[in-house]
Design a protein around this ligand. Structure first.
Ligand code: XMP
Length: 504
C-alpha cells in the first residue's frame, strides 16, 4: 500500500490481512526501484486529505502504472490515478459525505458477487469529471458520475468511496475481489508469518546491541517483550515498575511469566512506598493522576538511565494509539499517561515499535501464538494509574488491601460463571465513604464497595452490564463475608456517557 495520508489507511491494510494476504504500508516517498525489487502482487493507493492539484499534495511517478502490477486507487488514490493518466479532477459541484447509493457494473471483476445497487461510504470534495483515456466507468452515484473506473487490460482500478470501512455494504467483497480476482493472491498468509518476519527484522535491526522495554503487564507491552525475547534473548532488558497499585497478585504474575517463560533480563522496580508517600492525603482525582504519572516517570527513567547507553528503546504502541495520539484537540476528560514522554538527556539509538500496524485483536493473536498465558493475553484494559483511580479519595494501604481483595472475589466469580466473556471490563471501586451495617447483634461502620461492569466495543461509549441478579448476589455475599472491613456492596448502573468507565 502506498500511503498518501488518509485516516483509514491502516484499516485498508487490516482488511487485506483479514483476507490472509500480507500487506505492508510504504510512504509515498518510497522509490520506484524499491517497489520493483519487492515483487508485489498488487498495489493500493490509499486515500489522503489533499487535492491532487494542490502544490503540496503527495504525488508519485506515473511510471508506477506501467509496471504491469495491478493497482487499486481509493479516494485520493483514485483521483491520483486520474491525474497521472491525464483525466480531469475538479471540485465537485456537490461533495458527498457518508452513506451513498452506488450503482455498479457487476460485470467488472472488482464488483463480482455484489448487488447492482448498494451503499458505500463517501468522503470527498473533488471528483473525477472526466476519466482518463482507456478507462471505463464501472460505478456512479447521483452526484458522482465516475465513482469507480477500470482499465481492465492494464488491471488498474479506482474507487472514489472507501471499501475498507464497514459502512460500505460490499466493501469487504470488493477488496477480496481485487486481491483474488485481479491480483491473483492465494490467501496463504497467516499471523505466524508476521511473527517470523518481525523476529527476523528485529534481529537484523538490533544486531548485537541492547534493547530496553517498559513492561506494564498489559497485553501490548507483553507481546513486544515476547517478540523481542524471541529475537534477541538476553540483549533485552524489561523494566517493570510496580507502583503497588496493581490488582491482587498481579505484579507477581507478570514477574513469573516473564522470568520463567521467556529469556530476557527482567527488572522489577518496587516503589509502592514512594507512591503511597507522594499520594498521602491527596483527594483530587486529577492531582492523583498527575502525581502517579510523575512518580512513574521518575521511577521508570531512573532505572532505565542506568542501561540507556547504546541501546534501542522498545514500545508497545499499537495502531489505535497512533491515531488517538494524532487526534489532537479533544477536551481533557482525564489525563492518561500511556505514552511515556522521553527525558531529553537519554539518547537511544532508535525507538522500536513492532506492533504499530496492528489492531488489538491481532496483537492478542500474536500473543497467544508466542505462548503468553491466556490470562495475560486476554487481560481486560487496566488504567495506567492502576487502583489509584479506583480508590476514591486518598489512597491508603488499608484501602488498597480491601479493594484488591474485593476485586479478586468479583473476578473469581465472573471467571467461574463464565460471565466474564460477556463483559468488556469489570472491577471493584472503593468509594470514600463508610456506611452503617449490622453483623450479628452489632452495629458496624465499614467501607462500601462498588462493582462496575461495562460492555462496549470502543470504550468511548459504554453500557452498564446487566449481570444476572443471582450472580451479583453471590459476589456481594462473598465480599461482605470474606473481605475484612466491608459491610455493603452496590452495583453501578450508569452508562458512559454520562458516567465514565472508571470513577476517577
Ligand atoms: P474512562 O474512565 O475514560 O475509561 O471512561 C475508558 C477506558 O480507558 C481506561 N483508562 C485508562 N487507561 N491510562 C490507561 O491506560 C489511564 O490513565 C486510564 N484512565 C482510564 C479505562 O480503564 C477504560 O478501559
Amino acid at each position: 500500500m502506498l500511503d498518501f495520508g488518509g485516516q483509514y489507511n491502516q484499516l485498508i491494510a487490516r482488511r487485506v490481512r483479514d483476507n490472509n494476504v500480507y500487506a505492508e504500508i510504504l510512504p509515498y516517498t518510497v522509490s520506484l526501484d524499491k517497489i520493483k525489487k519487492r515483487n508485489y502482487k498488487g498495489i493500493i493507493f490509499t486515500g489522503g486529505p489533499n487535492s491532487v492539484y494542490d502544490e503540496q499534495s503527495p504525488h508519485y511517478t506515473p511510471e508506477i502504472l506501467k509496471l504491469g502490477i495491478p493497482v487499486l486507487g481509493i479516494c485520493y488514490g483514485c483521483q491520483l490515478i486520474t491525474w497521472m493518466e491525464n483525466g480531469t479532477v475538479e471540485t465537485a459541484p456537490v461533495s458527498e459525505y457518508g452513506k451513498i447509493e452506488l450503482k455498479a457494473r457487476t460485470d467488472s471483476p472488482l464488483f463480482k458477487d455484489i448487488d447492482k445497487k448498494s451503499i458505500v461510504w463517501m468522503s470527498h470534495t473533488d471528483y473525477i469529471s472526466k476519466p482518463p483515456k482507456g478507462f471505463k466507468v464501472i460505478g456512479k452515484t447521483n452526484d458522482c458520475p465516475c465513482a469507480a473506473m477500470e482499465n481492465a487490460d492494464r488491471k488498474i482500478y479506482a474507487v472514489q468511496f472507501h471499501p475498507e470501512v464497514t459502512h460500505s455494504q460490499f466493501g469487504k467483497q470488493m477488496l477480496h475481489n481485487f486481491l483474488y480476482e485481479i491480483c491473483g493472491c492465494k490467501g496463504d498468509w497467516v499471523m505466524d508469518d508476521f511473527i517470523e518476519n518481525t523476529v527476523a527484522s528485529l534481529k537484523e535491526q538490533i544486531g548485537d546491541k541492547k534493547v530496553i522495554l517498559g513492561l506494564s503487564g498489559g497485553v501490548d507491552s507483553s507481546v513486544v517483550a515476547a517478540l523481542l525475547s524471541k529475537a534477541v534473548g538476553k540483549q533485552l532488558t524489561c523494566v517493570f515498575v510496580d507502583h503497588g497499585l496493581m490488582r491482587k497478585d498481579e505484579g507477581d504474575m507478570v514477574e513469573n511469566t516473564f522470568t520463567k517463560l521467556f529469556d530476557m533480563n527482567f527488572v522489577r522496580v518496587n516503589c509502592k512506598d514512594e507512591f503511597l508517600t507522594a499520594l498521602k492525603g491527596v483527594k483530587n482525582p486529577e492531582r492523583k493522576r498527575k502525581i502517579i504519572g510523575k512518580k512513574f516517570y521518575e521511577a521508570f527513567w531512573g532505572e532505565i538511565r542506568k542501561n540507556a547507553n547504546e541501546a534501542f528503546f522498545a514500545q508497545g504502541t499499537i495502531y489505535p494509539d497512533c491515531i488517538e495520539s494524532g487526534k489532537g484537540k479533544a477536551a481533557t476528560i482525564k489525563t492518561h499517561h500511556n505514552k511515556v514522554k522521553m527525558p531529553k538527556d537519554i539518547k537511544f539509538i532508535d525507538t522500536i515499535e513492532p506492533l504499530r500496524d496492528l489492531f488489538k485483536d491481532e496483537v492478542r493473536t500474536v500473543g497467544e501464538k508466542l505462548g503468553i498465558p491466556k490470562e495475560l493475553v486476554w487481560r481486560q484494559p487496566f488504567p495506567g494509574p492502576g487502583l489509584g483511580v479506583r480508590i476514591i479519595g486518598s489512597v491508603t494501604e488499608e484501602k488498597i488491601r480491601i479493594l484488591q481483595d474485593a476485586d479478586a472475589v468479583f473476578r473469581d466469580e465472573m471467571a467461574k460463571s463464565g460471565y466474564e466473556k460477556e463483559l468488556s471490563q469489570f472491577f471493584a471501586v472503593i468509594p470514600d465513604v463508610k456506611t452503617v451495617g449490622v453483623m450479628g447483634d452489632h452495629r458496624t461502620y465499614e467501607h462500601l464497595i462498588a462493582l462496575r461492569a461495562v460492555t462496549t466495543d470502543n470504550f468511548m461509549t459504554a453500557d452498564w452490564a446487566h449481570i444476572p441478579y443471582d450472580l451479583l448476589a453471590k459476589v456481594s455475599n462473598r465480599i461482605t463475608n470474606e473481605v475484612d472491613g466491608v459491610n455493603r456492596v452496590v452495583y453501578d448502573i450508569t452508562s458512559k456517557p454520562p458516567g465514565t468507565v472508571e470513577w476517577e
